[in-house]
Design a protein around this ligand. Structure first.
Ligand SMILES: O=C(O)CCC(=O)C(=O)O
Ligand SMILES: [Fe+2]
Length: 335
């Protein structure tokens, strides 16, 4: 493993609540400042649940295209469902990114107050009926989504501590959050193409934190600001690749990094990954966190709500804040 790769951090002290918690906080602080990326092991998500999510995901992507298209995210108005191959193009290359996806969120009824208010990322899910085990698919996705919210809240609590804050201010942020689960499938690509394909072109994520489960294929790379190179994020079985998004960078007044990453899958086999994007309560106001002010400039950015930020980033990139996939909510790459 390249020593410049994101660090692997053991989360067990979080649950044990003993003195090594301090080390954990320190390691996460360093990773947030230097990299904006780390891998997390010994978290509370059961291996069986991770395996089940990847299995159901594979079964969905194996369906015929016309069946998958029945669940296209462009229909229904809530940005949930299937995203076909090449529908994103982060680096504006000749062809779009070589991946297909499926979006889930918390499955909310139409009379949920946030759904009625059209708050960002809130709505009902779509569940494919044609997968071999439709009931199991739905149960596993919902269970996994709930478990990921719990882990996200735990990570946010540690991040609060890395900033010398107690966990309290993040409580309102974590309530009724924008939380998007994305199943991804990357076909293998040619290794020797002159205009090398991207599975996903270089980009930064928009929200607070992303927690990604990847299979053992490899292909995810992250930009290391210190060594100025693309480094692999070598798959570690069961680990989460955690990265900070642009909103977290803004919230910390640029103290913590939201870093560029991309996928190039030249492994010769298909790759499956499952990112989970956690961006907090749409009504929460993001303003420079206490202690993050710059000694000269103070807070660099005015306050903004999560809803405004997420919808605004979307509009910057696509010219509209409606009717497109939430997973497309990424800043255009600048490298
Ligand atoms: O599949 C991966 O490893 C990365 C996915 C990603 O960066 C994203 O969906 O934003
Ligand atoms: Fe990403």
């Amino acid at each position: 493993m390249n020593p410049n790769e994101p660090p692997i951090i053991d989360f067990a002290p979080f649950y044990a609540n003993h003195s090594t918690k301090k080390d954990l906080i320190h390691q996460i602080q360093q990773a947030c400042e230097q990299f904006g990326f780390f891998q997390l092991i010994n978290h509370a998500i059961p291996t069986e649940l991770q395996t089940a999510v990847l299995q159901h995901s594979t079964e969905f992507f194996n369906l015929p295209l016309e069946t998958k298209e029945k669940y296209n995210q462009a229909t229904g108005g809530f940005n949930r469902g299937y995203e076909r191959l090449r529908s994103q193009n982060f680096e504006k290359r000749t062809k779009g990114d070589l991946k297909e996806g499926f979006y889930f969120g918390k499955d909310l009824p139409l009379d949920d107050v946030y759904v009625v208010q059209r708050r960002f990322g809130q709505g009902p899910n779509k569940y494919p009926a044609e997968v071999p085990d439709a009931e199991g698919f739905r149960r596993v996705m919902d269970e996994y989504h709930d478990a990921m919210i719990e882990l996200a809240v735990a990570i946010m609590q540690v991040i609060a501590r890395t900033l010398g804050l107690d966990e309290e201010p993040f409580g309102d942020f974590c309530d009724h959050p924008v939380s998007i689960l994305r199943l991804l499938h990357y076909p293998s690509q040619e290794a020797d193409s002159s205009d090398l394909e991207r599975g996903i072109g270089a980009h930064t994520d928009f929200g607070a934190i992303t927690m990604l489960l990847q299979d053992d294929t490899g292909g995810l790379q992250v930009w290391n600001n210190l060594s100025s190179e693309w480094v692999d994020v070598t798959p570690v079985p069961g680990a989460y690749v955690v990265n900070l998004g642009n909103m977290m960078m803004r919230w910390t007044n640029d103290r913590y990094l939201s870093n560029l990453h991309r996928v190039i899958n030249t492994s010769g086999k298909e790759r499956f990954s499952v990112p989970f994007f956690f961006s907090g309560n749409p009504n929460y106001t993001i303003r420079c966190l206490p202690g993050c002010e710059d000694p000269e400039e103070g807070a660099r950015y005015p306050p903004v709500t999560v809803h405004e930020w997420m919808a605004g980033r979307y509009a910057d990139t696509y010219g509209t804040s409606d009717g497109k996939a939430i997973g497309e909510l990424r800043q255009e790459p600048d490298a």
